[in-house]
Write a protein that binds this ligand. Structure first.
Ligand code: IPE
Ligand code: IPE
Ligand code: MG
Length: 245
């Protein structure tokens, strides 16, 4: 978290401690739809629209990394039609948005078991990551087919393999070595994790990486979460982390 000089006021300077990495559990799409007499899928569609605005807001606010929990490894248990729709949304989203991401120097990352996605979804995600890999502006990291326990287990398996292959010694295994084997390798841990939708749980999200994150549970459903709601969270964070003289 850097101290950024965001505002030059007459008679003083306002300092703002920006979180570097904001992660969002985008929950409440289904209930948002149901509450309006719409389908859950219409809720997911509205969720994507809200997500686009939140990406723009992070871009405007100079946040460096935004991680978005889009589909958990448990979400396969939902009705087939809903899963199919959720797997179609990234295809449509990246097709529409990739040129804009290139224009805005946005880099796309994917965190999760990408191999386990349906072919067309995987292709769209891999293409977005590939095409934007040279960009060095805002990082938008999609947690897709993501499960924190599975991520840690896979990291353990990889570490054990390295030991068996005599590439590393057991007592070399410390936090910094271990996290190189996680999906999020190279990314700093999130400063803030926001969950919309009113539930106060973590749902298998970034279990290792959230060790020191600030948790913000927001009542509104994700489609109603907007730039103003995000700015409020960032403002609260700033109040706690900036020492105003
Ligand atoms: C979150 O919204 C989006 C995904 C899990 C993909 P939900 O679909 O969980 O919406 P609610 O929590 O049932 O309202
Ligand atoms: C968490 O929401 C996962 C995503 C937002 C992608 P869920 O709705 O799937 O979580 P639970 O089932 O309520 O814990
Ligand atoms: Mg939910």
């Amino acid at each position: 978290m850097g101290k950024t000089n965001v505002e030059q006021e007459e008679g003083g300077t306002t300092l703002l401690s920006l979180p570097k990495h904001v992660a969002i559990i985008m929950d409440g799409n289904g209930r948002w739809g149901e509450k309006r007499g719409l389908s859950r899928s219409e809720g997911h569609f509205a969720g994507v629209q809200a997500m686009e605005k939140i990406i723009d807001a992070c871009f405007d606010m100079n946040i460096k990394i935004l991680t978005l929990y889009a589909f958990s490894s448990e979400n396969w248990n939902r009705p087939k039609d809903e899963v199919n729709y959720l797997m179609y949304l990234p295809i449509k989203f990246f097709k529409q948005k990739l040129p804009i991401f290139m224009e805005k120097n946005i880099k796309i990352l994917a965190t999760g078991n990408i191999e386990g996605l349906p072919k067309a979804t995987k292709r769209a995600v891999v293409k977005a990551v590939e095409e934007t890999k040279g960009n060095n502006g805002l990082i938008v990291n999609f947690a897709l087919n993501y499960g924190g326990r599975m991520e840690i287990l896979q990291a353990c398996q990889k570490v054990i393999k390295e030991i068996q292959d005599k590439k590393i010694e057991v007592d070399q295994v410390d936090e910094s070595l271990f996290q190189r084997f996680l999906y999020t390798t190279g990314l700093p841990d999130p400063d803030i994790i926001i969950r919309t939708g009113g539930e106060q749980r973590i749902s298998n999200f970034l279990l290792w990486q959230s060790a020191r994150s600030e948790l913000h549970f927001i009542e509104c459903y994700f489609p109603d979460f907007d730039k103003k709601s995000l700015a409020k969270v960032i403002y609260d964070y700033d109040l706690k982390h900036t020492h105003y003289a």
